[in-house]
Design a protein. Structure first.
Length: 498
């Protein structure tokens, strides 16, 4: 989509247009000359007790880099503020990662690392609201495709210069055209490909010292009839940018402190105006071994008690909706999905006389459409078969999570970890008899949920933000490596590491 006409654009800094009284009050208190950012005084923890577990990713990842950061501090890291900007900003995972890293460097080395958040940009209204309430960049743009040297700032309500000469530029360009969940997978010929080219144009025109791009694993998978996977063309375009060394890696969030199976591709570029202290090829051992760590706690530790206000609010919303509208059904497709499900039942060896593993009306299943309820039942049979016990009581006590929002042919289930969280995810928790709600999904992405200002943001919108987000520890991994092994201009030069 494109940004709406300027006189109709949503602006978080324009009081009369803000529906949420809380957000209006917050924005009215932001002075016009505010300078926001991260410094050693910015703590990664508010000091209040969190309802979600601490993963400890920032401390764990720091240790393999301790001597390199000690050297970097002597060489000048922290001698000036680092300039940072994001496109396709979403829930601003890189900002939260930098906040945790800054706090860790201060605690471990008394290193004061100031990061100036020069700009953020996202076309989605809920992302703009989340950004204003939480990360507060200097400039907030709506559409990167309507920017060149200047762009419309939602905060200033006017055209402003687009920040150049960043030290850190991070963007997670849209994944829909590359995702294996997209049956067509148009890739760089798709309707969202223009955003990728917009990111490339920003890099070409404004030359950040480093860039970090993220996308789905589908980027590395060949489309039927194609000789090469889309990643080949993406890397060719990025490596054609003058002055940059570029390398990419596929990583899974499960290997970096989070109990979520989430494969993603991260691509790092370093411009020649910055000094690369360790060749990009040599980063792989840190990524695969030294800084990798499977989660120390299961996904169930990230679940809220059913008595918590967010769970009760979502339950009340569902009950109200059902009372007013009844159960949601998908019109016109019953024959197709029923045939698919019947075939799968035969493959699983489910007898017609077997009772359901998910009792009718159990928990939140009563709010599901007939198709989704049957998908849940089939996922339960798959899970029970894997466990070796076809018993409803065992299913209800199991520690499995299952994706039930998509076709039963593509949905997955996992024990003590969740399937990949997506914007449309409905992840069923068997021993809770409900699905994950927004705050839980954000926590499973590594966000400090109890420190966030989520006022006026609905649960469905939180699920959208979480599903689109980068995992905080994973983007933190790459930001750690950039800070340790790249020396930015304006800092004294150090010796290159072999």
């Amino acid at each position: 989509g494109r940004r709406p006409r300027r006189n109709r654009v949503w602006s978080p800094y324009r009081g009369p247009q803000i529906r949420s009284k809380g957000l209006q009050k917050y924005c009215s208190e932001v002075p016009s000359d505010v300078s926001t950012g991260i410094s050693s005084g910015s703590s990664a923890s508010s000091g209040s007790s969190s309802r979600f577990p601490e993963t400890g990713w920032a401390a764990s990842m720091f240790e393999p880099l301790r001597q390199h950061f000690t050297a970097a501090a002597k060489a000048g890291l922290g001698s000036r503020p680092l300039r940072f900007g994001t496109d396709c900003s979403g829930a601003e995972a890189p900002w939260f990662a930098l906040k945790a890293i800054s706090s860790e460097l201060a605690a471990q080395l008394s290193l004061s690392l100031e990061v100036q958040h020069r700009f953020a940009c996202d076309i989605q209204t809920v992302s703009q609201q989340f950004i204003v309430q939480n990360s507060q960049p200097w400039v907030l743009f709506s559409d990167l495709l309507e920017r060149l040297d200047t762009g419309y700032c939602l905060r200033a309500k006017m055209m402003v210069p687009v920040p150049s000469q960043l030290d850190l530029y991070v963007a997670g360009f849209p994944c829909k055209d590359f995702s294996i969940l997209n049956s067509n997978r148009p890739c760089l010929q798709g309707p969202h490909a223009s955003t990728f080219h917009g990111v490339v144009e920003y890099i070409k025109r404004h030359q950040p010292a480093t860039f970090l791009l993220e996308n789905v694993q589908g980027l590395t998978m060949k489309k039927k009839g194609q000789a090469k996977a889309p990643i080949a063309e993406v890397m060719e375009i990025l490596r054609s940018l003058e002055g940059y060394q570029v390398k990419g890696w596929s990583v899974n969030s499960f290997n970096y402190h989070l109990p979520q199976n989430r494969m993603r591709v991260y691509i790092v570029g370093v411009h020649r105006r910055a000094k690369l202290l360790l060749p990009l090829d040599a980063w792989s051992s840190y990524i695969r071994e030294d800084m990798a760590c499977e989660p120390q706690v299961p996904a169930h530790s990230f679940l809220l008690d059913d008595a918590e206000v967010e769970v009760q609010a979502e339950l009340e919303r569902l009950e109200t909706y059902q009372a007013e509208h009844g159960r949601i059904e998908i019109a016109g497709r019953e024959g197709r999905w029923k045939a698919t499900h019947d075939n799968l039942r035969k493959e699983l060896g489910v007898r017609p006389d077997e009772g359901p593993l998910i009792p009718k009306g159990c928990g939140w299943s009563r709010f599901l459409s007939q198709r989704t309820q049957d998908t849940l039942e089939l996922q339960a049979f798959r899970m029970a078969k894997k466990q070796g016990s076809i018993d409803a009581e065992d299913v209800a006590c199991s520690k499995f999570f299952a994706e039930i929002s998509r076709s039963v042919l593509y949905g997955s289930f996992r024990e003590s970890q969740t399937p990949c969280l997506t914007p449309g995810s409905r992840i069923w928790i068997f021993n809770k008899q409900r699905w994950l709600i927004g705050p839980e999904m954000l926590a499973l992405q590594g966000f400090p949920v109890d420190e966030l200002n989520l006022e006026g943001i609905k649960d469905q919108q939180l699920r959208l933000l979480a599903g689109n987000a980068m995992s905080v520890p994973v983007v933190g991994l790459f930001l750690y490596l950039i800070l340790a092994f790249v020396q930015f201009d304006g800092e004294p030069l150090a010796e290159t590491l072999d």
